[in-house]
Design a protein around this ligand. Structure first.
Ligand code: PLP
Length: 465
């Protein structure tokens, strides 16, 4: 096998030319970067380093790979680059902010852009959301939201409500709160007992609904599973339910018509807070600024991240409905801190500058409307893959698509992974979770580029063992 050092030179050297020598060689000819030190997240590290895929530049809807190829981005990075890549308006805002105010603490201090982003976000959210808590990622947003829910219940005299409910197959990031309410076994099993007092309602996947376009008509009654948990634990012990309006990372599960409304009704009946994890569904991914608007269901708390800066600088946010902050502040002595929680990088100036510029781009370029306008084309194009080898189901909503493949017997995930690498070699970046392809292109994607993504997948499936 070629040593990783040589691979590094081969791949990166070709892509960035002379910089390789200056940047990566120190102390004579000793090479200090051979790819081995970076413990990559959610990655088969040894497999990757034996055949690396490095991205060295991005513009519009395309990445440039280390070997100089243009790779069409079918996933908006990781569900985040909704405005495409390298928009000069966002780049300039970040550069200007870095030159003006590189960092400011948000504990007992502030900087103007943070307040501006908060008011822009509440203005874009459904009526009734009036406070925004900042962090730097979706995982932090989820853990912050769970803490706010517990603290709120305590503040209104419901301190026995300490139980958190998630959903099977849910993904809520990788913090201990997030994996506890999350329902993906592979993300939980290595980490012991997780948070105590967590339970899960059942997921919404029904193979009988395979190849449904958009929302399944049947299945709203799956929400009644929450009443099973109320009967088991008693409502007086339950603080909050958290769900993704459209489950993404588990392999794209679209909520049945009426399901989210039913969850809302049951939560109202039993005094349970409803949290929508909108880390991937917000900022035009399913049309409006937030999926809750599209579904016509108002949660009590929403988490978001990713698209708020189009992935350029990490930013996460928790939006809460009027009354939640007030319940925690009213009656408190002057000078009391309402929530003992926060991060060094809460409302980082660069992230706030990136968010303001990104929100401007979404508005000025009409990208949310554009996404809605592309939904039908995307739906037709993805469902044209029905009948291709190994395709067991196709699901879609907004600019989110899932293609479920039949796993190779005894080798779960292998077929999906091979499809991913083949598409990458063919110039299209897709994402797979196990044997399910999850597509989420930038909102700037062209219809012809959607066709190219689907044609590439279809062509590779024809010869995939
Ligand atoms: C619904 C949802 N919540 C939380 C997260 C975690 O976000 P991050 O990776 O920024 O921590 C993700 C990431 O994909 C997500 O899809």
């Amino acid at each position: 096998m070629i040593p990783a050092v040589l691979l590094f030179h081969h791949y990166v050297g070709r892509a960035i030319g002379k910089r390789t020598a200056g940047t990566y060689q120190r102390a004579g000819m000793k090479i200090i970067n051979d790819l081995s030190q970076f413990w990559m997240p959610f990655t088969a590290n040894r497999q990757f380093k034996a055949g690396p895929r490095l991205l060295v530049a991005a513009k519009g809807n395309y990445y440039t790979s280390h070997d100089g190829r243009q790779v069409l981005d079918g996933t908006a990075g990781l569900w985040c680059c909704n405005a495409g890549h390298g928009d000069p308006r966002i780049v300039k805002a970040i550069q200007d902010q870095a030159a003006t105010l590189d960092y400011a603490p948000s504990f007992q201090m502030g900087h103007p852009a943070a307040f501006e982003v908060a008011s822009r976000l509440t203005a874009m959210a459904p009526d009734g959301f009036d406070k925004v808590f900042f962090c730097s990622s979706g995982s932090e947003a989820v853990d912050s939201a769970l803490k706010i829910a517990l603290a709120y219940q305590r503040a209104i005299g419901q301190g026995s409500r300490t139980r958190l409910i998630g959903r099977e197959r849910g993904y809520h990031g990788v913090g201990f709160g997030g994996i506890s309410v999350g329902g993906i076994v592979g993300n939980r099993k290595q980490y012991g007992t997780l948070l105590a007092g967590v339970d899960h309602i059942r997921h919404t996947y029904d193979p009988a609904q395979a190849f449904t376009r958009g929302q399944p008509q049947d299945g709203a009654e799956l929400a009644n599973d929450l009443e099973r948990l109320v009967a088991l634990h008693d409502a007086s012990t339950i603080a909050a339910l958290i769900v993704e309006p459209v489950a993404g990372s588990t392999g794209v599960l679209i909520p049945p018509v009426g399901y989210l409304q039913r969850l809302r009704e049951i939560c109202d009946k039993y005094g349970i807070l409803l949290i929508f994890d909108e880390v991937i569904t917000a900022f035009g991914r399913v049309g409006p600024a937030f999926a809750s608007e599209r579904f016509g269901v108002m949660p009590d708390i929403m988490t978001t991240a990713k698209g708020v800066t189009s992935g350029t600088v990490p930013l996460g946010a928790v939006l809460v409905r009027k009354g939640i902050f007030e319940a925690m502040s009213e009656g408190q002595p002057e000078g009391a801190i309402e929530l003992a929680h926060g991060y060094t990088y809460s409302a980082h100036p660069l992230a706030c500058a990136a968010a303001l510029a990104t929100l401007d781009v979404y508005r000025d370029d009409g990208l949310f409307e554009r996404a809605m306008g592309l939904e039908e084309h995307f739906e037709q194009a993805i469902h044209a893959l029905a009948g291709k080898p190994h395709v067991a189901d196709i699901r879609n909503f907004g600019l989110i698509g899932g293609i479920e493949l039949t796993p190779r017997p005894g080798e779960p995930g292998k077929r999906g992974y091979e499809l991913f690498t083949r598409c990458y070699d063919a110039g299209v970046l897709i994402r797979v979770t196990g044997d399910i392809v999850a597509l989420s292109p930038p909102l700037t994607i062209e219809p012809g580029e959607i066709d190219r993504i689907m044609e590439t997948i279809g062509r590779e499936l024809e010869t995939l063992p």
